[in-house]
Design a protein around this ligand. Structure first.
Ligand code: ATP
Ligand code: MG
Length: 434
């Protein structure tokens, strides 16, 4: 019997005491994307299997080994998305997004599913933040998308991260390169893994991305694609470098980056860090000029990236990046008795309308247990409501950290909290400025 109280291998729960960190990071992603004009798109978690097998490429590790594919009850072959680009392109073509004014810029955050060997930074359900830009063929677009990824990484506090770029050319120059690769790998065919033996005929470039130690050792001596670029691709790559330099972004050219998905053309890039162990790539992306057409749309240039959110969280943890604290309950109201409980409900309703986190007893507990709970949740202030308070219309607002008490009118609680918060915010501002 399946273990009903254990999560499936390779999946993670996001628990409430960590969710504010994810919200901070994801908020920064969408906010930063907006600065560049990217608007959110949401696409289904599953698609027809061909959306991935044809576009990610049927000789890639993702398609050959990692997809969650099943027949639904109507006999359709369905696949849980291993990445979002293919589904986003499907959507852009289906809804004609790429037929209007270009460029069209979209971004997303969503779960991805890959049947991989789980380890630090490698999960079977993980999440990606990504962007896709349609209809921009100029090198300025490559630099803009890279700048956005970098601004997100720096914005959440990543300190050391390097950008590596490469060009893997277009189908035109790649034909020559494939020939050279085939020649090189054929001489060592006997040593290749069985998957790569098959790739040798159909897509020798995929061997460069094989994770098997023998294949990756052999791949180190393989011809590099930069030596085979056509004039147009070389010129484009030079343009990307010039625009990156103009934006003040440093990079290194790594001729060994090929990326694990078949649809890439020209520019490919990765943001890598030595602080997350073997899974060093936090963000990977590039151009995929042929994909929109391949999916039945017009001939439209396109590019984007995917950033692994769990890997980014791991990097932030390993770099000891200072992160925002979670917000606390502004006021806990502890009622004693039925009448006070009704008053507490009334006050809480008003406070929440005014934007404060207010909590009161919903378990029917005594005063001592309630105060213990208020302590545990880290409530900033508390108020006890008993018959005296109700009769006099006055209560004691207690600061939980200092024990300080202020006598205020019950009807003025919201104003008092607002005053306290404004004062604290002003003090913080003053401290940060001076
Ligand atoms: P890798 O070489 O690490 O397998 P990839 O080339 O398969 O990565 P992409 O398909 O380009 O990765 O996905 C973009 C990003 O998504 C990666 O850079 C990484 O941060 C994240 N990612 C990919 N696979 C996983 C996974 N199994 N678990 C967690 N994050 C992942
Ligand atoms: Mg992979």
């Amino acid at each position: 019997m399946a273990e009903i109280n254990r999560a499936v291998k390779g999946t993670n729960d996001l628990l409430p005491d960590e969710s504010h960190l994810r919200q901070f990071v994801e908020g920064k992603m969408l906010d930063t994307a907006r600065l560049y004009g990217f608007r959110e798109i949401r696409v289904p978690v599953f698609e027809h299997t061909e959306v991935f097998s044809r576009n990610v490429g049927d000789t890639t590790d993702v398609v050959q080994k990692e997809m969650y594919t099943f027949l639904d009850k109507g006999g359709r072959s369905i696949t849980l998305r291993p990445e979002l680009t293919a589904g986003v392109v499907r959507s852009a073509v289906e809804h004609g997004l790429v037929n209007g004014a270009l460029p069209v810029k979209v971004c997303y955050i969503g779960g991805c599913y890959r049947y991989e060997k789980p380890q630090a930074g490698r999960l079977r359900e993980f999440h990606q933040f990504g962007v896709e830009c349609f209809g921009a063929a100029s090198p300025a677009a490559d630099a803009e998308v890279i700048a956005l990824a970098r601004q997100v990484l720096l914005g959440v506090g990543v300190e050391k991260i390097s950008l590596e770029i490469n060009s893997i050319g277009c189908p035109k120059c790649r034909a020559e390169y494939h020939k050279a690769l085939k020649e090189y790998f054929s001489s060592r065919e006997a040593e290749l893994c069985s998957t790569c033996k098959e790739r040798l005929e159909r897509n020798p470039m995929r061997i460069l991305d094989c994770k098997s130690p023998v294949c990756s050792e052999i791949a180190k001596g393989a011809p590099v694609v930069l030596d085979y670029l056509c004039d147009e691709c070389s010129e484009h790559f030079e343009g990307v470098k010039a625009h990156l330099t103009a934006a003040g972004i440093s990079f290194t050219v790594n001729p060994h980056i090929v990326r694990g998905l078949d649809y890439y053309t020209k520019t490919v890039f990765e943001f890598v860090s030595g602080d997350i162990g073997a899974q060093s790539t936090v963000c990977g992306g590039g151009r995929y000029d042929g994909l929109v057409k391949q999916m039945g749309g017009p001939e439209v240039a396109a590019l984007g990236f995917g950033m692994g959110i769990e890997r980014l969280m791991l990097l932030l943890k390993n770099q000891n990046t200072p992160m925002p604290e979670d917000t606390k309950c502004d006021l806990y109201i502890a009622p004693m008795g039925e009448k006070a409980a009704l008053k507490a409900t009334e006050i809480c309703a008003k406070l929440r309308d005014d934007g404060f986190e207010a909590q009161t007893d919903i378990c029917g507990r005594g005063l001592k247990a309630q105060m213990k709970y208020a302590d545990k949740i880290g409530a900033l202030y508390s108020v006890v409501l008993g018959d005296n308070e109700l009769n006099g219309g006055i209560c004691n607002l207690k600061c939980m950290s200092t024990g300080e008490i202020a006598e205020i009118k019950i009807k003025d609680i919201s104003e008092a909290l607002l005053e306290i918060k404004t004062k604290a915010a002003l003090e913080e501002l003053e401290n940060s400025v001076f």
